[in-house]
Each structure stands twice: as structure tokens, then as C-alpha cells.
Design a protein around this ligand. Structure first.
Ligand code: ADP
Ligand code: MG
Length: 627
């Protein structure tokens, strides 16, 4: 048989880009290349183990090999070898996996690079950049590999990390992959046995296969999720989290439990400290690994947890899972649904307990991950009631920056208060400066302050908490006097009912179709007027957002916008003056009526074009200054 000469391939452009950054980076923790290569060896071995249970031994090449990872070094030569007996790679897989970027680590790195901002060196630490990180320290790298398929050949992939790599057919490799790293002169230190052992202990303690250095096993921790809680230190939990989630923060807290009924589960679930979606890294992928008796079945199973729990990390191990099930059919299996139910319930219970027993920790969690829980309220009907208990909002009762739960809100409400009041605005100042809060404040009725657009959807989807409806404080028919009478204001100082009625008719006539109704209101205190929302279920703000969303989606029509109602304050001097002015100066009274409406619109955040109002304002000032 004539030996074929090596074939030369160019790296894909994106790979060149990554390599260029990696090779020239000043990143100091160059030792992470060991972590990356051992984690690849472990991934490949996991896949082999999965095939072993799913296929017949007879179909696997070298079926009797020990599943361990072997590391050796030659200090003299400045060489390190990392060897696994995992699935190996075929010719196509070599090109696909080591010549292009189709895989997770480097892809995330490239995306983050495109988003810009962060220093490249930081990003390397954050994403690891996988296999290519080896070129930070290597002059040249050879990957000898033999795929697990019965029929197949052995190959040697080699590159110096510049623009190209070579693939050559070789003889006599066992199943798996052997990576031989020839270190650059200045990094030969990594080939010292003590140094290498130190790095492996630091980064690879939780690898699920023995990592052997010259016959000695270095990792001893194993599957910590199967151990008892008392056998694991907090430090070990934290390290495991970082290892398993490839995370750089500490976990905020974790939930470790096992159950036998209704199904056998060992689960270790972590809530991270940092919300990576909040940092603009795009939508997170689910990150809870699914195992069956220590064998990895799926590293990001889609339906194992509800979508809004995509921020948690960890491991779920169930002995009830059939090992040979295909990933596709598993995603929809009733077993997965059952696991989903049990774990979600336990996690929510943990949050509830935290909120009760360690409110500071819960509140910090809420600040980072509250949005996910809100998303849950709007999308996950099954867990809505439990989620509602976990919501936290500022209110007219709390100090700025402090929040209340809905249960605490209700515990303070007068017995005959039938509704839960809220008001949306971009900030505490904005919410409090409007006319809507006045009446609630003077009557000591608490109002929740909502600062994020999704909050209105939350109220809208949930509709009620403990049978009390959520009602926006700018709604039309709120009867506050039936809840708590207004004690502070002097009704005697008000316009006569008949005068007020006549004034309202006058204003309505002047405003025409711009409002659906004008009425006198007992709800106003210091402000002369406000507009209220006739649609109890949808605030004007929300309507605006839905409209924008529909326009973006290129269709749909929300129908005609309902006209607002204008309420005037019969106790306010301006309104009282207007009642007599309309008889003496119709023109000025008309201008002021229109100005009242526009001012109310401004306060409600609903005035779209201020130019008319400014013109009118000048006219009013002109008339007043002529006197
Ligand atoms: P990632 O591990 O995030 O997918 P890497 O850059 O570390 O990215 O590795 C790229 C791909 O190369 C892997 O997804 C895998 O398919 C393949 N690979 C790397 N090392 C090995 C190995 N030891 N055995 C088999 N395949 C490997
Ligand atoms: Mg990798």
C-alpha cells in the first residue's frame, strides 16, 4: 500500500481570526489550554460512554478500552500529550471540528468580539476559545485520532496555528484522540510534571473520568450530585458550579436534593450570581445537564425546565431514564415532563424559602433575575400562582429602592379594598409626580410602582392575586371613597355640583371628539385635572407598546384608540376660576380648557406632538399679559 502524502487545508476565515487573537494575546492565564483539552477529552469520552450503552459492543472499535484520560509530559523536549479513548474523529469530522467554527466556545467568543467593548484578553478567559487556546503556548500541535466506528482509518491532523493545517493518514492508533503539543520555548515550563499536576487539580477536579498523570489519578471528586449534602463543602459546590457551567462567577445559591418517588432524581441546581443576558450576551441556552446514573444523556436538554428557568445551571440525574433513547424523542417524553414538574416546583419552593428566611439574598437574586420570573408569569400558566408570590415591587409605602411582595401589600390593605393598585412609569419620581397617586396617598391606599414595560404585561396576564384584581391607578372607575374616605380635604371648598356639571359640559363642548367624557372627580387633590383610562385591562402605555409591536410585525390593527376621559378637580382654584371665566371670556376659557387636557396628557406621557400646545400656551400668556 502506498502511503498518501499529507493534504493541506486552509482554516476557515473565522478560525484564522480566532487564532490570530489567541496567538497574539497577552492573556496571562495561558494554563487554561490544559482545561480546554481535558474538557474536550472528557466530552469525547462521555459521548463514547453514551454510545456504549446505546449500541452493541460489537459495533464499537476497540470496545474493551479503559475510559480514562492520560496525560504525560517530556520536559526535555517541551512536549505534552493528552490522550483519550473517546469517540475520536473521522476525516470529515477533523475538518469540520478543528478547521471551522461550528462549536460552542469559540462561537460565543466570536459573537462577543463582534459585539465589541470587552478586551479580547478578557474574552479568552471568559469563553476559553476551546481547542484553539492551545496555540497560545504551542509551536505546533498534532492530533492523532481514530473514530469509534468499526470501519475506519487513523489520521494525524497537524498545524502550527498560522493559516493552514495538514491531515495525513497514519497507522496503528487506538480508538480516541491523542493530542501532542510541542511547546514554544518560553512556555516549556508547562511540561514540568509538578506544574501540570497543579493545573489539572485546579481545573479538572470534577471531570467524570480518571485523569491519569503517569499512572497516578489526579481527580478524585467524581459525581458530587450523587453524594450526600453533608459530604460536600461549600467550596466544592462553588468549584463544581464553575466547572460544570464554565462560569466565572460564584453561584448565588444552590438546591441539592434527591427523591425516589414519583421518580428517582438526584439534582443539583445552581442560581448564578450574574445575569449574562443582562450583560448583552444574547439569549441564554438552557444549562442543566441530564444524566442517567452518571452517564451524560444530554448537555442542554430543551424541555427539562421551563424556558424562563434557562438561567439556572447544574445537573439532573435520573435512574429512570432509558439510556438508549434518542435526544429528539426524549425532549417530548412524559418522563421529561415529570422531571420538569418536580424540579421546577422544588426550585420555586427554594426561592420562596429564601425570600422568607434570607430576604437579603432573595432580593439580590430578584434584582438580577426578576425579569425571568416576570417572563414566567406571562408564559407559564402552571406556575403562575407560585411565581406571583415571588414578585417584588416598590410602592407608595416602601422607601425608594426597597420592595414589597404582593402578600405584604395585601396584609396592609384595608379589609374592604377589593383591588390591587399599580401605576407604571419610568421612575419613582415620574410615578409620584403625576396626579394619579394623590388620591391614593391622601387616603393611605398603597400603590405598587412598576418601572419596566414587562410589568404591565405581568399584571395583565395574571389579572389577580388572591382573588384581588390588579387595577392600574389611572383607570376610570376606581371608587376610592368606598375603600377609605378622604379625610384631609375640605369638600365645602368645592364648586357646587350644578356649577361643576355645567363647567364639564362647557369643557366637553370645547374639546369635542378629543375626549369621550368630562367629569368632576373626587380623586384629585393638588392637580386640576387628569385623564383616565377607560380600558381597565389595558393601559394607554401598554396599548402604545402593542401597537408598535404589531407595526413591527408588519400587520394587524389594534382598532381605533379609545378616547380618554378627562376628570377635573372641583376644589382646585384653577377649575373654580374657569367656572366663572367661561361666562365672561369664552375665548380664553376655551383655550384654557384645551390647555388643561394637554397638560393632563403630558403628565400621563401621552402627548405626542407638543408644538400645538406651545402655540396655544403663547396665546394664553398673550391674553393674560395684556391685562
Ligand atoms: P467545544 O468543545 O466548545 O465544542 P473546541 O474548540 O474545544 O470546542 O473543540 C471543537 C470540536 O472538536 C469539539 O466540539 C469536538 O467535536 C472536536 N474535538 C476536540 N477535541 C476532541 C477530542 N479529544 N476527541 C474528539 N473530538 C474532539
Ligand atoms: Mg472544548
Amino acid at each position: 500500500m502506498t502511503k498518501q502524502s499529507p493534504e493541506r487545508h486552509e482554516f476557515q476565515a473565522e478560525v484564522k481570526q480566532v487564532l490570530d487573537i489567541v496567538v497574539h494575546s497577552l492573556y496571562t492565564d495561558k494554563e487554561i489550554f490544559v482545561r480546554e483539552l481535558i474538557s474536550n477529552a472528557s466530552d469525547a469520552t462521555e459521548k463514547l460512554r453514551h454510545n456504549q450503552v446505546a449500541e452493541k459492543d460489537a459495533d464499537i472499535f476497540d470496545a474493551d478500552l479503559e475510559l480514562e484520560i492520560q496525560v504525560s509530559a517530556d520536559e526535555e523536549a517541551g512536549e505534552i500529550t493528552i490522550r483519550d479513548f473517546g469517540i475520536g474523529m473521522t476525516h470529515e469530522e477533523l475538518i469540520e471540528n478543528l478547521g471551522t467554527i461550528a462549536h460552542s466556545g469559540s462561537k460565543a467568543f466570536l459573537n462577543a468580539l463582534k459585539e465589541g467593548g470587552e478586551q479580547n484578553d478578557n474574552l479568552i478567559g471568559q469563553f476559553g476559545v476551546g481547542f484553539y487556546s492551545v496555540f497560545m503556548v504551542a509551536d505546533s500541535v498534532k492530533a492523532y485520532t481514530r473514530s469509534w466506528h468499526k470501519e475506519g482509518k487513523c489520521y494525524c491532523w497537524s498545524s502550527d496555528g498560522s493559516g493552514a493545517y495538514e491531515i495525513e493518514e497514519v497507522e496503528g492508533e487506538r480508538r480516541g484522540t491523542r493530542i501532542v503539543i510541542s511547546l514554544k520555548e518560553e512556555y516549556k515550563d508547562f511540561a514540568k510534571k509538578t506544574r501540570l499536576e497543579e493545573i489539572i487539580k485546579k481545573y479538572s477536579a470534577f471531570v467524570q473520568f480518571p485523569v491519569m498523570v503517569e499512572g497516578e489519578k489526579l481527580n478524585t471528586v467524581g459525581a458530587i450530585w450523587l453524594k450526600g449534602k453533608s459530604d460536600i463543602s461549600d467550596e466544592e459546590y462553588k468549584e463544581f458550579y464553575k466547572f460544570q457551567a464554565k462560569a466565572f462567577d460564584d453561584p448565588r445559591f444552590w438546591l441539592h436534593f434527591s427523591a425516589d418517588a414519583p421518580l428517582s432524581i438526584n439534582a443539583l441546581i445552581f442560581a448564578p450570581t450574574e445575569n449574562m443576558e443582562g450583560f448583552g450576551f444574547g439569549r441564554m441556552e438552557p444549562g442543566v445537564n441530564l444524566y442517567c446514573r452518571k452517564v451524560l444523556i444530554d448537555s442542554n436538554p430543551k424541555n427539562l425546565l421551563p424556558d424562563w428557568l434557562r438561567f439556572v445551571r447544574g445537573v439532573v440525574d435520573s435512574a429512570d431514564l432509558p439510556l438508549n433513547i434518542s435526544r429528539e424523542s426524549m425532549q417530548d417524553s412524559t418522563l421529561i415532563q415529570k422531571l420538569n414538574k418536580v424540579i421546577t416546583k422544588r426550585f420555586l419552593k427554594t426561592l420562596e424559602d429564601k425570600a422568607k428566611k434570607e430576604p437579603e439574598i432573595y432580593n439580590e437574586f430578584w434584582d438580577s433575575f426578576g425579569l425571568f420570573l416576570k417572563e414566567g408569569v406571562t408564559t407559564d400558566f402552571t406556575h403562575r400562582d407560585q411565581l406571583l408570590k415571588l414578585l417584588r415591587y416598590e410602592s407608595s409605602y416602601t422607601e425608594a429602592g426597597k420592595t414589597t411582595s404582593l402578600s405584604d401589600y395585601l396584609s396592609r390593605a384595608p379589609e374592604n379594598q377589593k383591588e390591587i393598585y399599580y401605576l407604571y412609569g419610568p421612575s419613582r419620581e415620574a410615578v409620584e409626580s403625576g396626579p394619579y397617586i394623590e388620591a391614593f396617598k391622601t387616603r393611605n391606599i398603597e400603590v405598587l410602582y412598576l418601572y419596566e414595560p414587562i410589568d404591565e404585561f405581568v399584571m395583565n396576564h395574571a389579572r389577580a392575586f388572591e382573588e384581588k384584581n390588579f387595577v392600574s391607578a389611572d383607570s376610570d372607575d376606581i371608587d376610592l371613597d368606598s375603600v377609605a374616605p378622604d379625610t384631609d380635604t375640605d369638600k365645602a371648598d368645592s364648586l357646587e355640583a350644578s356649577d361643576a356639571e355645567a363647567l364639564c359640559a362647557f369643557i366637553k363642548e370645547k374639546l369635542g371628539d378629543e375626549v369621550s367624557e368630562v367629569s368632576a372627580s373626587e380623586r384629585l387633590v393638588g392637580s386640576p385635572a387628569m385623564i383616565v383610562n377607560a380600558d381597565k385591562m389595558m393601559t394607554a402605555q401598554m396599548r402604545k407598546m402593542m401597537k408598535a409591536m404589531q407595526q413591527k410585525a408588519g400587520g394587524g390593527d389594534m382598532g381605533a384608540e379609545p378616547k380618554p376621559k378627562l376628570q377635573v378637580n372641583p376644589r382646585h382654584p384653577l377649575v373654580k376660576n374657569l367656572a366663572s371665566l367661561r361666562e365672561s371670556n369664552d375665548e380664553l376659557a376655551s383655550l384654557i380648557s384645551q390647555q388643561l387636557l394637554d397638560n393632563a396628557r403630558v403628565v400621563a406621557g401621552q402627548l405626542e406632538d407638543p408644538s400645538q400646545m406651545v402655540q396655544r400656551n403663547y396665546k394664553i400668556l398673550e391674553q393674560l399679559s395684556a391685562k
